[in-house]
Design a protein around this ligand. Structure first.
Ligand code: SF4
Length: 343
């Protein structure tokens, strides 16, 4: 069992400047990139072991390409639906709660990369946030996102859950987190016990963000397996990224890995058009072509939903076959070709 202090020490001693990280890795890193850097020493070792141009280096080491001016600062329209500094109410019956603006690592492709930083602050708008939730009985689910909610201390998470427990209409609590992959020492028995102490009040769902099997160290797999409990639901979310997982073989391995480790595949996001991450984008046509063949490789129950956030706050839709919502007269076949059919 990891003591709570381990993960906090690991995080506070993380690399936050390119010079010391470059020295550790023994390789050059672009040092005039406009976005902050955060990589723990342990994860830096994994990046090193995976190779200078491996899928970990490409996801987490800063590069000049991030200084491009193309793309949007707020690609999915968070601002349009902000109700307090930490609450976004975009969908009728669920709301996003942002308890912090930092993460266990700063992913270079992140859709919120223009809002995050390497050391907080932890947002402090709890009263206004709770007031809003109390007066909106249609909200049934709170989605903790960020930033990464598992960067909060157990006390802080528990305070939030106690406060939310007093709002009768909230039934589901979802945590979106990269912590199980990146900072496994944080998946403590104390955190598990605290979360499971709320399961008579809420259904708790943990959505783990992972894009490639190589991201998982043996320690991360073991910590996750120790953390899992039949009282908690584990789902996956991944981003389809150019040069990282934009091929069927890698995706098949990833979805197999999730299922073998009791994580139910949930989302594969088409990348958002965020400023500073254009080099990770692939066209929707390419994404759909990759997706079209996945059914031939793995059964439907093992596939997540391939979704796209329509830019500027129009919300998520299925990226594979939007024709099923407003039928355009064609379906895509398994090779990604348009097949016209009668309406
Ligand atoms: S963990 Fe998620 S929110 Fe944090 S930097 Fe990575 S993609 Fe962004």
């Amino acid at each position: 069992v990891n003591s709570p202090a381990d993960w906090q020490t690991e995080l506070s001693s993380a690399f936050r400047d390119t010079h010391s990280l470059a020295q550790f890795l023994g390789q050059e890193i672009d040092n005039d990139v406009r976005y902050p850097l955060l990589i723990t020493k342990k994860y830096a070792q994994l990046i090193k072991d995976n190779g200078v141009d491996g899928v970990l280096a490409r996801q987490f080491l800063p590069t000049q390409s991030e200084n491009s001016e193309k793309g949007f600062i707020d690609p999915i329209g968070d601002k349009k639906f902000s109700k307090t500094s930490q609450l976004i109410h975009r969908y009728h019956n669920r709301a996003l709660l942002i308890p912090t603006t930092t993460c266990p690592i700063l992913c270079r492709y992140c859709f919120r990369k223009n809002e995050l930083n390497s050391d907080g602050p932890f947002a402090q708008d709890q009263e206004a946030t709770l007031n809003y939730l109390q007066t909106h009985p249609e909200i049934e689910e709170i989605i903790f996102t960020g930033g990464d909610p598992f960067i909060l201390t157990d006390n802080k998470i528990s305070q939030w859950l106690h406060a939310l427990a007093s709002i009768d209409h909230i039934k589901f609590i979802r945590f979106h987190s990269r912590v199980p992959v990146i900072l496994p020492s944080r998946m403590t028995l104390e955190l598990k016990n605290m979360l499971t102490s709320f399961v008579d009040r809420f259904q708790i769902i943990i959505v783990i963000h992972s894009n490639h099997v190589s991201e998982w160290s043996p320690e991360a797999i073991q910590s996750l397996r120790n953390f899992q409990s039949e009282n908690l639901i584990f789902l996956s979310q991944s981003v389809l990224l150019k040069g990282i997982n934009d091929n069927q073989k890698t995706l098949k391995e990833l979805f197999h890995f999730f299922v073998q480790n009791k994580i139910r595949p949930y989302y594969l996001h088409h990348p958002d058009q965020v400023k500073g991450a254009e080099h990770f984008e692939l066209s929707l046509e390419e994404g759909r072509r990759i997706w079209a063949g996945m059914h031939d490789l793995i059964p439907g129950w093992m596939l997540p939903q391939y979704t796209i956030d329509i830019p500027h706050g129009h919300g998520k839709t299925q990226a594979f076959n939007p024709e099923s919502i407003e039928f355009s007269g064609s379906f895509l076949d398994r090779k990604g070709r348009k097949v016209p059919v009668d309406k």
